[in-house]
Design a binder for this molecule. Structure first.
Ligand code: SF4
Ligand code: SF4
Length: 400
């Protein structure tokens, strides 16, 4: 259903809890070739490709990759931390510049989304020879935000990231792009804040949200202990805690555009069981096709077919309450279970209709209350130099 394509694992951030940059720390300089990326999408045939990483906007041929995937007829999500997004948006403006764009330039300038130098660069209409990333109904920017300013900047371990992401989202919306947000919930995540975050981004015109509980990658757990001196138990959720945190998700699905299926939302809210279908959201990266899933790495295979055939799927997941692999015990993440909701595993009468109504009914209107949300609440966050004492206060100060 969705290919998670990781053309590279290099990133310009080092977020707490990120398994990717840690698990693949020895291959951070490697990249998939453009052809390999496009062939992988063709090979598995998923209608949707989520281009992630690392930070995919660092990939030197990101424009060609997005263009190639759109030409293959796929829906493309660019999963970004937002730091390089405004640069790509300016490249798009430069590629399309005519004097008629001056009104838009002036609007963006007044909002502080571009400066005078940016405006000049856009006007110069530099010919890069690259196909710019342009608005399309098949394309979404999918921006990583784990809360409002204070929380998000703590999780990504850098001040200013939230502000930059909001600026990028606003600019993308002004230019006619579709934008989604993508949020991971951890143990200390305040779900009232997450609801405020939805209100805020809905008010900004964001088109939808993905939300999923965090998964305790081995590599991320080791990093927490070694680098931060924090117990992973204080950061990652057990299944019971996931259900508590997501108890309002069905209501949120009525008020905000939460991407996915209501069946998966019922699973997150503890109202039903699902069986993992990780094979429906495969991951392809610099090493190969990751098996069995986006989270666990027991092997990499050269082809999707080989990964499907050689992975012993019965060894993974939780089936009828029986934990097949201890690493799956607390997993309720969307890449394992959202497809289960769509594919009809553990089917209950009415599920298909429910999914169709949810996804094809008119989307909820932008939340006007978002205007009142104190999104930029990070002023008290101390400078980066003090991050070692500050950054994990959203979890706990307990040391291992
Ligand atoms: S931005 Fe994404 S890939 Fe980069 S460190 Fe953060 S979570 Fe990992
Ligand atoms: S239950 Fe989660 S961790 Fe286990 S195979 Fe499925 S997606 Fe992966």
């Amino acid at each position: 259903m969705v290919l998670q394509l990781e053309p590279l694992h290099t990133c310009n951030l080092s977020c707490t809890g990120c398994g990717r940059i840690r698990e693949y720390s020895t291959s951070l300089k490697s990249m998939m070739s453009l052809q390999d990326c496009l062939d992988s999408a063709n090979e598995c045939g998923a209608p949707m490709v989520s281009v992630c990483g690392g930070e995919p906007l660092i990939y030197p041929q990101i424009e060609e990759l997005v263009d190639g995937l759109l030409k293959q007829g796929r829906i493309v999500y660019i999963c970004t931390n937002g730091l390089l997004m405004r640069r790509k948006l300016r490249d798009y403006m430069a590629s399309e510049y005519t004097p008629a764009m001056e009104t838009k330039i002036s609007e963006l300038f007044k909002e502080g989304l571009i400066n005078e130098n940016d405006a000049q660069e856009i006007r110069q209409k530099k010919q890069t020879g690259k196909p710019a990333i342009k608005p399309s109904k098949w394309l979404y920017w999918n921006v990583h935000v784990d809360g409002l300013e204070k929380t998000h900047d703590m999780v990504v371990e850098r001040k200013g990231v939230f502000k930059e992401s909001v600026a990028a989202i606003k600019m993308a919306k002004r230019l006619g792009f579709q934008v989604a947000t993508n949020t991971t919930v951890y143990k200390q995540t305040d779900m009232n804040e997450i609801e405020d975050m939805f209100k805020f981004f809905s008010w900004l015109g964001v088109d939808g949200h993905t939300i999923s509980p965090g998964y305790d990658y081995d590599a991320a757990k080791k990093d927490m202990v070694q680098r931060l001196g924090v117990s992973p138990d204080e950061f990652f959720l057990t299944k019971k805690e996931v259900i508590q945190k997501f108890s309002n998700i069905l209501d949120w699905g009525k008020k905000y555009t939460i991407f996915g299926t209501p069946v998966y939302q019922e699973f997150l809210a503890g109202k039903r069981d699902l069986t993992c279908t990780a094979w429906a959201i495969p991951t392809r990266n610099v090493v190969g096709w990751k098996s069995p899933c986006y989270l666990i790495t027991d092997a990499h295979y050269k082809t999707y077919k080989e990964m499907l055939e050689k992975t012993d799927w019965d060894k993974y997941g939780v089936v009828n309450g029986v934990v097949c692999d201890p690493r799956c015990e607390n997993c309720m993440v969307h890449c394992g279970y959202d497809p289960s909701g769509a594919l009809g595993t553990n089917y209950k009468c009415g599920d298909t209709l429910k999914n169709i109504i949810y996804n094809f009914s008119p989307r909820p209107k932008p939340a006007a209350e978002g205007a009142k949300v104190n999104a930029f609440n990070g002023d008290n966050l101390k400078n980066q130099e003090s991050k070692n004492t500050e950054k994990l206060t959203l979890q706990t100060n307990k040391k291992v």
